[in-house]
Design a protein around this ligand. Structure first.
Ligand SMILES: *Cc1c(COP(=O)(O)O)cnc(C)c1O
Length: 406
């Protein structure tokens, strides 16, 4: 399919290019020392992603350990309640082992670490989901694991902190700045620069310097591959629309990659938080401008000094002031539409999906559900496939404390 002069039939061959660019976005804006580390990772990745041993090992792990393929569920009661015939479906990444899509790339990254002879994995975490997924992968492969986490998030996500510790990871508290995800990324990067001979940095989304946005997308593309085949089998057709929430953008790239070459409308949903004022949301693609942070060029929210702006979302996994470079590219191309929902709409969707379908979604994923419900009202007919990136057990106490039972 040709869209805006890009041939999506051969898209994955050309994007990113050899330097890690998606159009003008991406790249590797890092110190010479780190550039060498990134080049090593890139080379190792290119070797193993063609190795049948690596591919079959990853396949086996996904099936026997992660519980893949995850199913697609038809949301019959919620669809009916919309009253216009539009049918909603969810790809159940919440049923992945550890409760979210992040294990898809963590098992791949840890297998890569093993291949490269590293002893340790280092990462940051926001909601704690990436930390739990990586701690799980580290335990599985017998690797050491240091997880950097903002003090604010440590408080908000106590169950995930406990899980990481039980899994044997070392949770490092980050207290500077706003003490959330952005600061944790900085701290994890600093640690990696010191330890890169023995360790590998495992980024938690389609972010950071090349080759991470590409690697994480490739590892997550299993969602899109499965979902496309399952949806066709289930309904005999493709969905009219695919919807996913976008923090860094890994679950979204995972499902989008399966449908980019199809006549399917694709929507990325960013958190509008408390409103449009800078500092009250984390909708970088909607309100941001081009800039470099954390080693890559993308669209980001900046303060008056051009530095990454403070951001807010009710979902800790979405409060990041930029998005992956490939999303910036797809945004400019117009192939994916990026839009927002606020905290209120999100919490409403959280309870609707719980009450009407018996699925408690992560607050991150609730953004996608909320948007799909709005989109369904505009569409009037057809079908929408939502990527349900994770389950909401981690969020229950927080929701009840701050919003009560609805
Ligand atoms: C981390 C997380 C997200 C956001 O990360 P992306 O890279 O944008 O996918 C979304 N949903 C859940 C459940 C998460 O844990």
């Amino acid at each position: 399919m040709i869209y805006n002069n890009i041939d999506f039939d051969t898209y994955f061959k050309h994007y990113p290019d050899g330097e890690g660019y998606y159009g003008k976005y991406g790249g590797a804006y890092v110190s010479p020392e780190l550039k060498k580390a990134m080049a090593d990772i890139n080379e190792a990745y290119f070797t193993i992603c063609k190795s049948s041993k690596f591919i079959s090992e990853l396949r086996r792990i996904r099936k026997d350990f992660q519980g893949r393929p995850t199913p697609i569920s038809h949301l019959e009661r919620l669809s009916e309640s919309l009253g216009n015939g539009v049918q909603l479906y969810v790809k159940r990444e919440d049923l992945n082992h550890t409760g979210a899509h992040k294990l898809n790339h963590c098992m791949g990254e840890a297998l890569l670490a093993k291949f490269m002879g590293k002893k340790k994995v280092i990462a940051e975490t926001g909601a704690g989901q990436h930390g739990v997924a990586l701690a799980t992968a580290a335990a599985y492969f017998g690797l050491e694991c240091d997880i950097y986490m903002g003090a604010v998030d440590i408080k908000k996500q106590a169950p995930n902190v406990a899980r990481m510790k039980i899994l044997g990871a070392n949770v490092v508290e980050v207290t500077h700045g706003l003490a959330t995800l952005k600061e944790a990324v900085d701290a994890a990067f600093d640690a990696y620069i010191k330890e890169y001979k023995d360790a590998i940095y495992c980024i938690g989304s389609v972010l950071g310097p090349h080759p991470f946005p590409m690697m994480v997308r490739d590892f997550q593309s299993v969602i899109g591959v499965e979902a496309r085949e399952q949806f066709l089998q289930m309904t005999g057709e493709l969905p009219d629309a695919v919807v996913a929430c976008v923090g860094g953008g890994s679950n979204a790239m995972g499902i989008f990659s399966g449908f980019l070459n199809d006549p399917v409308d694709i929507y990325g949903v960013e958190p509008l938080g408390r409103g449009e004022k800078l500092g009250d949301h984390a909708a970088s693609l909607k309100y941001g401008t081009e800039g470099v942070m954390h080693g890559f060029n993308s669209i980001m929210l900046k303060d008056e000094n051009g530095e990454p702006a403070p951001v807010y979302s009710v979902a800790s996994g979405l409060d990041y002031p930029s998005s992956g470079p490939e999303h910036a590219f797809l945004h400019d191309l117009g192939r994916v539409k990026y839009d927002v929902v606020d905290d209120e709409e999100t919490i409403d969707a959280f309870f609707k999906l719980s009450r009407m379908e018996g699925i408690i979604p992560a607050i991150e994923s609730s953004h996608a559900v909320a948007y799909a419900m709005k989109l369904a009202k505009q569409m009037g007919k057809g079908s929408i496939l939502i990527n349900l990136s994770g389950r909401g057990d981690k969020d229950m106490d927080y929701v009840i404390e701050n919003f009560g039972i609805r």
